[in-house]
Design a protein around this ligand. Sequence first.
Ligand code: CP3
Length: 329
Amino acid sequence: MRQAGRSLPEYRKVRGGGSILDAIRTPDLATEITLQPVRRYGVDAAILYSDIMTPVASVGFGVDIVPGVGPVVENPITSSADLDRLRPLEPEADLPYVLETATAVAAELGEVPLIGFAGAPFTVASYLIEGRPTRTWTRTKAMMHNEPALWAELLDRLADQALAALRAQVVAGAAAVQLFDSWAGALAPGDYERFVLPASAKVLGGLADLGVPRIHFGVATGELLGHMHRAGADVVGVDWRVPLDIARSRLGPGVALQGNLDPALVVAGWEAAASGAREVLRHSDGHPGHVFNLGHGVLPESDPDVLARVVDLVHTEGRADGQPSLLDP
Ligand code: CP3
């Protein structure tokens, strides 16, 4: 569960004030925070405590993550001169603390896999261009359409950074990787295919030789699922807007799915969360290619006890036998 730690009192206790980037740069702290949701919830995997903006921040681009707001960029990208601030990433030199955290976490976890991650080129580019979170992505889409050469160069640089970051995380101990294209659902399928898919395919394709499962995630991407799979994903993230049986009919039986409980149902309380979780399991119907997850990150106001009970419910009632249920049409 992404950002599962946000709702935990033990997270708030150790996190301290200041930028999350400072916490990420402190391996002892980042290791402890990565392990907290595993201890508390007994989930089947851990996700590295870092952020999609860590690589660009580490090459000195000039970005901060403001609590309650999200990534904020002082000088957003407007022209090709700004690309000079995006040099190639050298993970061992630029992100030693992330690799140290991944190594320590993997050693602590033993059999439980660590999921490494990076931001996909489109979603990271959207923050670098807009300067802060947006609901319309107008500047981003304007650059994509009006300055396609600059756009392509920007996405290519971000693809190289994401690929380098992910490869280094796998070498350090990550057993799977997730590429977060959280806001790709803002795009028309044709624009995704033309302006975004090539860069994401460079990242996912560049990981193929490592043999780790590649998860590709976005929000409101129901119409993009096929493209996101074709970009080179083994597992496609689905949010709550598309039932898993429909997602599976779009992608075919050979593709694993991740999702897709609505995070708001966890906030609503145990009754709503339990019936939502059972609905997800019913739609997956014992298919072995299913990673149960929320459709997006845990909301900060979630009750940890409700989340713990959701994990227990999935462990108790989830099936992966591949046998279609006869009882529940
Ligand atoms: O569970 C975990 O701790 C996993 C680590 C993780 C974080 N960010 C830490 C974080 C992961 C996997 C991310 C990914 C991330 N970051 C994404 C992709 C996933 C998604 O949610 O769609 C995106 C878009 C970001 C950018 C970002 N960082 C946003 C929009 C915010 C929210 C701002 C806010 O305060 O509400 C952040 C901050 C952030 N990153 C927090 C955490 C735990 C919460 C605030 C904090 O503790 O400072």
